[in-house]
Design a protein around this ligand. Sequence first.
Ligand SMILES: Cc1ncc(COP(=O)(O)O)c(C=O)c1O
Length: 333
Amino acid sequence: MSDAVLVSDLPTPALVVDRPGFLRNVERMTAIRPGPQLRPHVKAFKSTELAQQLADAGHHAFCCATVAEVLGMARAGLDQDLLLANETVDHHRLRAMADLDAPVTVAVDSDTTVDAAADAGISAVLIDVNVGLPRCGCAPDDAGRLADRARRAGLEVRGVMGYEGHVNLIDDRSERRAAVETSMEKLLAAHAEVGGDVVSGGGTMTAELNEWVTELQAGTYVLMDTTFDGHVPFEIAIGVVATVISVDPSGYAVADAGLKSLGMDHGDPTLPDGSVWFCSDEHVTFSGVDVSVGDRVRLLPAHLDPTVAKHDHLWVADGDEVVDQWAVDLRGW
Ligand SMILES: Cc1ncc(COP(=O)(O)O)c(C=O)c1O
């Protein structure tokens, strides 16, 4: 008798990685952006065990969105070149990063964030430039002044970063490429004033389009979601497995995964061959697939990052067999 654990044995809701799809995604991205041309963004998957697989594929520099991610990556020894691609003025958290026995670079976009980094003993920064997404980043023509201030404060200025996330919503590929180019003109103009070796930017949706950055910051590509699916050469390798707990004779059924286990800001999950009616806290109501109470269904999330952040584990499966379990150990702030 086999003692293999099957996906159908897992307590639900369960976040399940399709290992062959994951490995294909890693291989495809590594072909597009080999080695140091990719700085994987750990916020998408929040797992040091998954990050280790990316390091094994040749990517040793990582992006983080939170200080908890930076500290967790350092604890796991994935600390060759960690970037907090985000601003913080939290002195204690900056100190915790500065105290690591590992090189940490932080993004800065104002006098206050430059001074906070210097005061806490951070050694290196990137000047974060607003390239069109209204979220962090200084004006491109202020980048040189900020870099001078940072250098005067004793910080190494390694270069610039600018995330063009606003182009993700552009469906047409040539229009999206033109929008990336416009954004990158701003970033390169800032870089000319700032100096340094690093021009960091981009993401999964611009992996094939952004030819201007020295390193691409991408995370979603590893497991994907339905929002990016069909626009980029990566496949959905993640699902939330749920158990059918009620079937209504009028033609709908209910399973035990809802908005407490699925990131819903980009919309409802997709049920292949079925139709999701709505999600509530712990329920998804759906129709179109013939199920009985106790059956399993696999929901495809619309937004990967917040979905992962709701789970303790990524169960790794090959077909129906569970072959590994990765802790989601980079949660929190
Ligand atoms: C700073 C930064 N870089 C890059 C990305 C791209 O990530 P992804 O590849 O998951 O779209 C993001 C996503 O929000 C981001 O915030």
